[in-house]
Design a protein around this ligand. Structure first.
Ligand SMILES: *Cc1c(COP(=O)(O)O)cnc(C)c1O
Length: 405
């Protein structure tokens, strides 16, 4: 979407753009490679909703091309709902981080998932096979059939048998919200055959897991979480191949769930620190998971084998007392911010899921979900320790290996 660089395009510049680069380098440079040659450092924010054009024949041809192929428009944008240069920078960067051809950004994670479901339904493929647990509202969207889809819930081993001729999508989340259950993506991708696999990668981020490399055709993020990273922007994005991206852009244009350019700017800024944030918060989360696993007030700790900054745990006592007892930690839904958040999934994030389905998916009434931020580990532990209340009896001797999953 950016103005072509023509004279500014030099061999050195092209080399930089095409050479393989490590994730930490992509996080800082992807989507910004043209800036220095334009005499810019920070990416410009383009707030235009419309764009002047004196050649309406050319516009007609470009709009026809978008309507037929959904290809990104070359040259000047036309209208904000068709595409925005600042948002396009974020999309370019996220596609580089996930290792996909393209990415399409939306106003929220749910808008992104809705667009995927609409794309598949429009192809006559209304059936979805999904594995619980999923994020509560994703579960609700599928179960309620709000977009005319029909869902079959299964476990990873049951995916192949659940496929039907009208199955348009298989959906999994790993590590899953809120139990942090993991699925073997390669095995699941194999079971899907030719049906596209969508992986919600919100919890792992491309820093810890790149599902496209393991066979996923669509990688979904609630960018509201780690990608933005500061709790101040709501967004969603789907990383995928160009063929599906084209259909997603057409649905976004027709249904209007676009991302605001300011949000696109904040997300691009968030990506530059994503690897550092995720690694630092993960180290703290692993330490807290180990201490919780050794704590007699805690019945069970869930911490993913691939690491990450999310820790879930079941308490012996009243989970609501823990939520009411934190001071430094913020009792709030959502995750992936620089500060630590804790919430009770059965009351909030997964409240909208039927209680039996919720418990069946391992989301018990004593489960708490914590999103670990960038605070000092000792300060966080002191706060948790206080919130957990009195320690019963002598300290437990249970080892970490027995209770971690
Ligand atoms: C929050 C979340 C969503 C929904 O994203 P929004 O940006 O809130 O619409 C989807 N999946 C997961 C795993 C989430 O945590």
């Amino acid at each position: 979407m950016d103005t072509p660089l023509d004279s500014a395009s030099t061999p050195a510049y092209d080399d930089v753009r095409t050479a393989p680069r490590a994730l930490a380098t992509e996080a800082v440079h992807a989507g910004r490679d043209d800036l220095a040659r334009q005499g810019l450092h920070a990416p410009p924010i383009d707030l235009s909703t419309t764009y002047p054009s004196y050649d309406s024949r050319a516009e007609a041809a470009r709009i026809d091309a978008f309507a037929t192929d959904g290809a990104e428009l070359d040259g000047t944008p036309v209208y904000g709902r068709l595409g925005n240069p600042t948002v396009a920078r974020f999309e370019t960067a996220l596609a580089r981080l996930e290792g996909t051809e393209a990415a399409v950004a939306f106003a929220s994670g749910m808008a992104a998932l809705s667009a995927v479901l609409l794309v598949r339904s429009a192809a006559g493929l209304r059936h979805v096979v999904a594995v619980r647990p999923l994020y509560g509202c994703s579960d609700h969207l599928l179960t309620a059939g709000l977009l005319g889809t029909e869902v079959t819930w299964t476990d990873p081993a049951g995916i192949a048998d659940a496929l039907r001729p009208d199955t348009g999508l298989v959906m999994v989340e790993t590590p899953a919200n809120p139990t942090l259950a993991e699925v073997d993506l390669r095995a699941v991708a194999h079971a899907c055959g030719s049906v596209p696999l969508l992986v919600d990668n919100t919890f792992a981020t491309p820093v810890l897991q790149r599902p496209a490399e393991q066979g996923a055709r669509l990688v979904l993020h609630s960018a509201t979480k780690y990608l933005g990273g500061h709790g101040d922007v709501m967004a969603g994005v789907v990383a995928c191949d160009e063929e599906l991206a084209a259909r997603l852009r057409q649905v976004r244009f027709a249904t209007g769930g676009v991302l605001h350019p300011l949000a696109g700017y904040l997300l691009l800024r968030g990506l530059s620190t994503l690897p550092v944030r995720v690694r630092a918060a993960s180290a703290t989360a692993a330490e807290l998971a180990a201490r919780l696993a050794d704590d007699p007030r805690v019945a069970r700790v869930h911490y993913p084998s691939i690491g990450g900054a999310m820790v879930s745990f079941e308490v012996h006592g009243d989970p609501h007392a823990v939520i009411g007892g934190v001071g430094l930690i913020t009792p709030a839904v959502s995750l992936g911010s620089v500060d630590t958040l804790i919430q009770h999934p059965a009351s909030i994030s997964h409240r909208i899921v039927d209680a039996d389905d919720r418990r069946g998916a391992g989301v018990g009434d004593r489960l708490l979900r914590m999103s670990v931020g960038l605070e000092d580990v000792e300060d966080l532990w002191a706060d948790l320790d206080r919130a957990l209340g009195e320690r019963p009896g002598p300290p437990s001797v249970r080892g970490l290996h027995e209770v971690m999953s």
